[in-house]
Every structure is written in structure tokens, then in C-alpha cells.
Design a protein around this ligand. Structure first.
Ligand code: ADP
Length: 593
């Protein structure tokens, strides 16, 4: 049978989805493959279809029994012979399955990774005609990922035991680091790597500050999803039960699910949900991996997930059928504190720092006002345009935002002109014209970008740097060096407009206030008053006036009119010492205005 016919015959689809054909062709040509495609993208077909056109058996390695079971059932439902070997079977059952496999009547064998450490099983597999190995949820191989599993590490032996059998690895979530790790650990041989866009256009994403325990916000959200199915994630086992109970009292058919519940109860909640008998599962992250239910219409997080990978996987469970689905994340600053404490308790390993970095990424995501889809894509090293309509930030009113395109270009230009070898603080110091020794030694005070950014405070520049990171216009290299991405180069060329929520720059008035080169009449009056004060202080202290504050500082004071110590310290030429000496007098004069 031809590819197209097989697609129609066994799977009932008329056309391939993007990238499926590419992966199927590579598998058919016996290449090692790594496919990274969001949940619901159609990865299963990429190994199931070629198998049907091959003679032997395909061995699928999968992390969860429930997941294997679902896959076997669904293949059989399509008239395809599939079996699984698991520790739950009796010796006789296992024997029978092995016999079936020996007689070459089976197309798919599903097994858990730990089985590969059994020499008898390896020898048995070696006696079969294997088409290729499939590694499902391949990110579990990587300690840099979010679901590392010790037993997946054993898969590195596959290529030693079966040097001529190709491997096809699949995952929904892998950063570039995780991708490299998968390739390295599985010892993939010149693999075809196919990465789909991270963008799930049917998901609407909302992220909000949690008010109290978030239950009012939850009820408000559920009003829009009266008869629809969904998952609500909470962090603790106790809270799954509490929230489920709360929803039951409000008339919802909800059940709790967490790893501490008896197996019968977990199975019942799972199957009731799969069968649409309950509307909502309130769960810890223990629920949902590999869940093949396509009509989940919403996913809510009652607090901040541990990582963006977790978040993306969890929201990915909504809308697998491609129809609109909605997600809500509620977070508070407390979530960060709590999660940081969990990490503090971890043993000292390289992964601990990584866990902190991941925490900061999700915190940044929650706080950000960039397109949510774009931020997620950037995190996974993908670059997309803003969704415009499918997230809270894109739908926020324009009047809340300020154009920072110029500033972004200055920052990117400074990164570029210093050969992408420095961290953000150093770059900002250049922009703000710092006389720091290292800058002078490196000759960076002679760059055209030196001192062109003193209209923003250091803090504001750091926020602008964060924004570029969220957008994926810059990336972090080793030692937190800032690197330009393709998008960054486009921004530098002026091809994109960049906006930021005003409140993030702490702009209270309408626009970013620049020090003025000439002063209007009102400001001129203030300037004169400040100058008079300077003269008075200078004479009291027996100093030349410019040693109190330079003219430049006075002008900037006039333009910015700082209202407190913090704002005053942002003015060029005013450090702690000068503030201690003269700050209050100038502040009270400004405040009189
Ligand atoms: P993944 O494993 O990537 O999460 P699945 O393999 O479970 O995704 O596929 C998700 C859904 O997409 C399934 O319902 C599947 O039947 C459907 N699907 C896969 N390929 C196609 C196709 N070419 N045309 C139409 N539907 C498809």
C-alpha cells in the first residue's frame, strides 16, 4: 500500500499535517530521527504509519503504563496488532505475547524503559526483526528537561545492543539544550531533526495576579465554561481535594487526583473524566501525562507552575482536537518564594542553578506584557510573531503601552558592537556612559553607543533587557553573555516595533522623560530656583557650585523632577553621598513646585 492509501485506510485522514511527511520519509529511509512537535501535533502517526509499510515489529518505549495501554487500545481499534509487555502481567501472559512476537504477527510492541536492563529481554529483542525503536516523551532522557527519569538513561545502551536499528525520538517540549542532550544520550547517528512551531493557535492564554486564594477568579472563569471539560492544577495534594470540594459545593462535577490517593480512586477519577462523567479534575502535576482526551476545553493553574516546560505541557492538554480552548494561570509573588524554598533544599548539583534559572524564566513569563505565545516560543528557541488576539497581553489596550523600539535598538547595537561577549550590566554601563575601569580598558568608551542611553535608569534598562529576552530578540549564552538572535538582528534593522507596559518602566506620566537640551518657560523657572539653591549650598560649604551638582545634573533634575530618594538617585551625577549631603534640600524645593 502507498503512504497516502495507508493514511486513509488505517487512520482515516486525507492529508498529512505539516512535517509529518518529512518525518515519515526519514523513518522509511532508516534514518535516526528527532521530532519536536507540540501536543496534539500528530506525532504518533509519524511512527505508526511507516511501521504498517514495513515487515518487522516496531518497539515503542514509553514512560507510563496508562499511556502504553491507551496507545495499544487505540491501535487495535484501527485494526492494527499491538501488544505491551509490563510488570503487571503474569509469566504466562508475557510468554504468550513473546510467542506472538516470534511468529511475526505483531506490528507494535510497547515497553517501559527499565525492561531494557534485563539481559534476557535484550536477547529476546535481538532475535526479532525490529524496524526501529520509538522513544516517546524523549525529553525524559535529559536532566536539563523538566521530567527527567533515571530509567530513561538506560536507553543510551540501545545503540550498543542494536547498532543497526534506527531510533525515532519524539517529544513535545525541548529547548536547544534538551535537544542536544537527547541526541547525545541516545547516541543518534546524524539524525534528521524536525522541529515544529511551538505555537498552539487554538489556545487562548490568560495570566493574572491571584487575588486571595483565587477561587472567586476561578468561578468567574468557569462561568464561561459551564458544560465543558477541564483540568485545574494546584501545587499540593491537599489543595486538590480542597478545591475539588469547593467546586462540588458550587454544583460542579469535580474530582481530585494526586499521587497519594489509592489506585482505585485515581483510576476511577481518570476513567470518569475520560468518559465525560465528571467535568473537572483538580490535580497535581501527577495527572495528565499522555492523556489522549481531545476535548479538554480549559486548563487552569491555581498557582505558578514550576517551569515553563511544565506549564506548556500542561496547557497543551487542552484543545488537542484543534478547537478553541482557554487557559488561565493565577500567580502571586508568594509562589516564587515558595518554589525558591523547594530549590534551596535540593542537593548542590549543576542542575540546582538550572532550577533557579527555570524559576526565573517562569516568573518573567508571568510578569511579562509581551505576547504569551511569543514568549513561550522564544523559551523553546522558536521565533514567531505576536499572536495579536490569543493572549491577554496582545488584547490589552494600547494606551497602557510605550514604544521602546529606539531603546531596544540601542541595546542590541551595544551588544553587537561589543562582539556579543558581555553581560547585560556591562552593556548598560556602556550605554549610560559609565567610567568604569573595565569599560575604559576595553576601549568601549570610544564606541558610538557609549553614553547614548542615559535617558533611562539602570533599572529601566534591565527591564528593557528582560523584554528583549522574553521576545527572543536576545539569548543568554554561557556566563550569561547576551547574544543576538535572528529576531534581534531584525529589530536592530528597525523591522519591528517594540512596546512595553508603561507600569513596567515605572512611568507615571505620559512618556519617558528625556533630559531636555533646552527648557521651556515653566522649567526654566524651576531650573533657576534649583540653581539658586545650588549657589546657596555652595557658598555655605565653601565650594564651587559645580561641585555640588553639575549643570547637566541640574537640567536633568529639572526635567525629571524626582519625587523621592530612589528617583533622585537615578539622576546622573547624584550618588548616595551627594544625596545625603544635598538631596533633601533639592527634593523639598522640587516638591514645592
Ligand atoms: P501528539 O502525539 O503529537 O500529541 P497525536 O498523535 O495524538 O498527537 O495526534 C493528535 C490528533 O491529531 C489525533 O486525534 C490524531 O488522530 C490527529 N491527527 C494526526 N495526524 C492527522 C492528520 N494527518 N490529519 C488529521 N488528523 C490527524
Amino acid at each position: 500500500m502507498e503512504l497516502q492509501q495507508t493514511l486513509q485506510h488505517y487512520f482515516g485522514h486525507n492529508v498529512f499535517r505539516p512535517l509529518q511527511k518529512e518525518v515519515i520519509d526519514a523513518v522509511m529511509q532508516h534514518h535516526d530521527v528527532l521530532m519536536i512537535l507540540p501536543t496534539g501535533g500528530g506525532k504518533s502517526l509519524c511512527y505508526q504509519l511507516p511501521t504498517l509499510l514495513m515487515e518487522g515489529v516496531t518497539v515503542v518505549i514509553s514512560p507510563l503504563l496508562a499511556l502504553m495501554h491507551d496507545q495499544v487500545v487505540s491501535l487495535r481499534a484501527n485494526g492494527i496488532s499491538a501488544v505491551m509487555l509490563s510488570s503487571m502481567q503474569t509469566q504466562e501472559e508475557a510468554q504468550e505475547i513473546e510467542n506472538e512476537l516470534r511468529s511475526n504477527r505483531v506490528k507494535f510492541l510497547y515497553v517501559a524503559p527499565e525492561r531494557l536492563s534485563n539481559p534476557y529481554f535484550v536477547a529476546f529483542l535481538q532475535s526479532l526483526k525490529i524496524n526501529f525503536f520509538v522513544i516517546d516523551e524523549a525529553h525524559c532522557v535529559s536532566e536539563w528537561g523538566h521530567e527527567f527519569r533515571e530509567d530513561y538513561r538506560r536507553l543510551s545502551l540501545l545503540k550498543s545492543h542494536f547498532p543497526s536499528v534506527p531510533i525515532a525520538a519524539f517529544t513535545a517540549t525541548a529547548t536547544q539544550t534538551v535537544e542536544n542532550d537527547i541526541i547525545g544520550h541516545l547516541k543518534l547517528n546524524d539524525p534528521r531533526c524536525v522541529r515544529g512551531s511551538v505555537f498552539r493557535e487554538n489556545l487562548k492564554i490568560h495570566v493574572r495576579h491571584r487575588i486571595k486564594d483565587g477561587r472567586e477568579q476561578l468561578l468567574e472563569f468557569l462561568k464561561m465554561h459551564q458544560d465543558e471539560l477541564g483540568i485545574i492544577y494546584t501545587l499540593s495534594r491537599k489543595s486538590t481535594e480542597a478545591v475539588a470540594h469547593f467546586l462540588q459545593t458550587k454544583g460542579f462535577a469535580a474530582g481530585a487526583y494526586h499521587a497519594g490517593l489509592p489506585t482505585e480512586i485515581k483510576n476511577k477519577v481518570y476513567s470518569d473524566f475520560v468518559a465525560d462523567k465528571i467535568q473537572i479534575v483538580v490535580a497535581t502535576i501527577a495527572f495528565g501525562m499522555g492523556i489522549d482526551k481531545s476535548n479538554i476545553r480549559f486548563v487552569v493553574h491555581m498557582s505558578m507552575p514550576k517551569t515553563l516546560e511544565n506549564y506548556y505541557q500542561e496547557i497543551g492538554r487542552a484543545g488537542r482536537d484543534g478547537l478553541e480552548a482557554e487557559t488561565l494561570l493565577l500567580f502571586s509573588a508568594q509562589d516564587r518564594v515558595q518554589q525558591k524554598m523547594f530549590i534551596d533544599d535540593l542537593p548542590e548539583t549543576p542542575y540546582k542553578q538550572h532550577a533557579y534559572d527555570k524559576l526565573e524564566s517562569i516568573v518573567r513569563f508571568c510578569d511579562s506584557e509581551s505576547c504569551r505565545h511569543q514568549s513561550i516560543a522564544a523559551y523553546f528557541d522558536d521565533s514567531i510573531v505576536a499572536c495579536q488576539t490569543h493572549c491577554d497581553n496582545c488584547r490589552a489596550p494600547q494606551s497602557d503601552k510605550v514604544d521602546i523600539t529606539d531603546a531596544a535598538r540601542k541595546l542590541l547595537s551595544a551588544i553587537w558592537r561589543t562582539q556579543q561577549k558581555f553581560g547585560l550590566h556591562y552593556i548598560i554601563d556602556i550605554l549610560r556612559g559609565s567610567k568604569e575601569q573595565r569599560i575604559v580598558q576595553n576601549g568601549h568608551d570610544r564606541l558610538s553607543v557609549y553614553g547614548i542611553g542615559d535617558t533611562y535608569t539602570k533599572h529601566q534598562w534591565l527591564t528593557i533587557g528582560d523584554k528583549l529576552l522574553e521576545l527572543g530578540a536576545v539569548k543568554l549564552g554561557d556566563f550569561k553573555v547576551y547574544l543576538l538572535s535572528e529576531l534581534g538582528v531584525e529589530v536592530l534593522k528597525g523591522l519591528h516595533r517594540i512596546e512595553l507596559k508603561k507600569e513596567r518602566l515605572h512611568i507615571k506620566k505620559a512618556e519617558v522623560q528625556k533630559p531636555q537640551t533646552y527648557l521651556d518657560e515653566a522649567n526654566q523657572q524651576i531650573y533657576e530656583k534649583l540653581r539658586a539653591l545650588r549657589t546657596q549650598i555652595a557658598s555655605e560649604n565653601n565650594l564651587p557650585p559645580y561641585m555640588v551638582f553639575s549643570d547637566k545634573t541640574l537640567k536633568e533634575l529639572t526635567a525629571r523632577q524626582p519625587q523621592n530618594k530612589e528617583e533622585m538617585l537615578e539622576v546622573q551625577g547624584i550618588g548616595e553621598v551627594k544625596f545625603e549631603r544635598y538631596g533633601e534640600s533639592f527634593l523639598s524645593l522640587i516638591n514645592e513646585e
